[in-house]
Design a protein around this ligand. Structure first.
Ligand code: PMP
Length: 305
């Protein structure tokens, strides 16, 4: 059966799931999104993702005409209809259809799109053997330009960084902020371990406020590991005992080399492995159940198009 995609209250077969070329999400990258994981028939940290979506929308003055629960029900229903028990949800809110000017005031109203699919970002080997990173020249967007906490539809900053990495054969990269401290990776947060303590760039250093990042901090604290959210330099990363990256898509991936410097003994670290193990157990136990048909899933505010 062809997968279905939710757009503004209706489900369309994948081949017919389309939006207008006048949608400002396409014209200007004007909108916000979330990437969410489904494990064992449960949506992991759905409420946290929807809270971040609301915050991103608020930051760009995009008023969401749906309650959190309405979006949650539509998300659950998208998984159910597509038979997704383990997978990945891409949830987007675009500014909506408008004219060719930048101003959102002429847009008819936001569109909500939900794609429930499967994902495999990296081969299993990456998790057991680790990955290599390189620092790229493109800095992460500054707080003064566009707060990096906003998960906006305009990912060019990250895409440029990704391409710069790929040009040198790297799948993921380190991005610095304009002061030269590590912000994050192109689509993942960054952690180091030094003398048994865990460090990650503070939110003021310019990372996205990652949901997986928060889960890792929770896990580490439960394990009795001290966690510091602080400024990190490349030197801190090069000389760390262990490094890893986190993201909903990537989960937790050990890093074994940065800018040609071997991290630790060049193998995934023991604390990284411990945190990954707890993470895998946690994701299989928690989340919002995808169960029976959700009654009001397909209900969103009617609007003129
Ligand atoms: N940073 C960026 C720039 C991202 O796009 C993402 C999401 N892929 C992350 C970090 C990780 O965030 P999360 O754990 O919420 O997926």
């Amino acid at each position: 059966m062809e997968p279905v995609v939710y757009i503004d209250g209706k489900f369309y077969p994948k081949s017919e799931a389309k939006i207008s070329v006048f949608d400002h999400g396409l014209l200007y990258g004007d909108g916000v999104f979330e990437g969410i994981r489904v494990y064992d028939n449960c949506i992991f940290r759905l409420d946290e993702h929807l809270e971040r979506l609301e915050d991103s929308a608020k930051a760009i003055l995009l008023k969401l005409p749906w309650s959190r629960e309405e979006i949650a029900l539509a998300t659950v229903e998208s998984c159910r209809r597509n038979g997704i028990k383990n997978g990945y949800i891409r949830l987007l809110v675009t500014r909506g259809v408008g004219d060719l000017g930048l101003s959102p005031t002429n847009c008819f109203g936001p569109s909500l799109i939900i794609i429930a699919a499967t994902i495999k970002l990296y081969p299993e080997e990456t998790y057991t053997k680790g990955m290599k990173l390189i620092t790229v020249p493109t800095p992460r967007t500054s707080h003064a330009a566009l707060p990096p906490a906003v998960k906006s539809l305009n990912y060019l900053n990250n895409i440029l960084a990704k391409i710069e990495g790929q040009l040198h054969g790297y799948n993921e990269v380190l991005m610095l902020n304009e002061a030269g401290f590590i912000a994050e990776c192109s689509a993942d947060n960054f952690f180091i371990v030094r003398k048994g303590k865990l460090y990650t760039p503070a939110t003021y250093a310019g990372p996205l406020r990652g949901i997986t990042r928060a889960v890792v901090i929770e896990i580490a604290e439960k394990l009795g590991v001290t966690v510091a959210e602080t400024n990190l330099t490349r030197y801190d990363a090069w000389t760390a005992d262990e490094c890893f990256i986190t993201g909903s898509g990537a989960e937790i991936v050990p890093v074994i080399e940065i800018d040609g410097r071997t991290i630790g003994d060049g193998k995934p670290g023991t604390l990284t492995a411990k945190i990954l193990k707890v993470f895998r157990t946690k994701v299989s136990k928690e989340g919002r159940m995808i169960g029976a048909p959700a009654k009001s899933a397909a209900k969103t505010k009617a609007k003129k198009k």
